[in-house]
Design a binder for this molecule. Sequence first.
Ligand code: GDD
Length: 330
Amino acid sequence: MKKRVLITGITGMAGSHLADLLLAEAPDYEIFGTKRWRSSLTNVAHLEGKVKFIDCNLTDSTACLKLIETTRPDYVFHLAAQSFVPHSWQNPNATLSDNIMMQLHLFEAIRSVGIDPVIQIALSSEEYGKVLPHEAPVNENNPLRPLSPYAVSKVAQDMLAYQYNQSYGFKTIRTRAFNHEGPRRGEVFVTSNFAKQIAEIEAGLKPPQLKVGNLNARRDWSDVRDVARAYWLSVQHCVPGEEYVIASGQTRSIQELLDFLLSQTKSKIEVVVDPTRLRPSDVELLQGDPSKFIKATGWKPRYTFEQTMGDLLEYWREQIRSGSTAISVS
Ligand code: GDD
């Protein structure tokens, strides 16, 4: 019988790239992906007919049970989440309850149906939160000091995955991915937001002013296509119950990102700090040590920072050329 894969949150950037990868590398697998009725299908239009889309809001336990009864997956990639950090301050209740309950419903449905899939849980470097300078790069053993409701929700998801492994022998693979970017990145995130603003300015759709928030924070960026590959390797090689850092090992400031993107345009652009983009408590330093993950899987990133950000800028230029995006409001 064909192996069956379930990707929750397939309409997101990582989910859509993971589906692309699986179609190329595991063509015999049957792929199911969940979406909500109001999800944008921009990232997955090309997957129509190749992947089975299922309307399912995982916050609904009954719908979740039906999903697992119907799909009976051998592998689950649990990517569905509210993933924008600032939104979690505006609505902490929804971020905490949705992110935790979606996973709980998934786990309980799996228990109830009595299947034993390998389950990759998309966790986050945000769990590390306040990283002290001498601790970087952080590995799996660094203390978790979450600085946002989003980060707390990810710590809870992490612990839930651990607990279900210990209590019921669930094959949970806890992947703590650091920031990952590339084509199809949601426009609220910093890389995509800056790239989109530049593409809009080049097209004459906005005045030549680029709005920014905190430029001092540092992030460890990978390419989403490398991270999708990492997720696929994780379910094949990682030890259930254990946690893994997925990162490039390099750290750059948001200023360095901005400088790189500005070096890719001929437009003269003024940079303006927009105070509404500053966060109540920002994670200032993220740099991961992926040694454990590399040892377990042999993962080797294929994209450089410059390729990733260049592709992202091209993605926005193309979206604007083809008229398939709304112009930013601010
Ligand atoms: N979004 C945004 N917009 N961020 C800005 C801006 C801006 O205009 N200007 C500066 N920043 C800074 C933020 O303050 C933050 O320090 C950094 O850019 C990165 O912000 P995001 O791209 O929004 O990502 P994030 O690091 O908060 O979270 C992302 O990565 C996590 C993994 O570490 C998200 O993808 C999370 O879902 C993910 O878990």
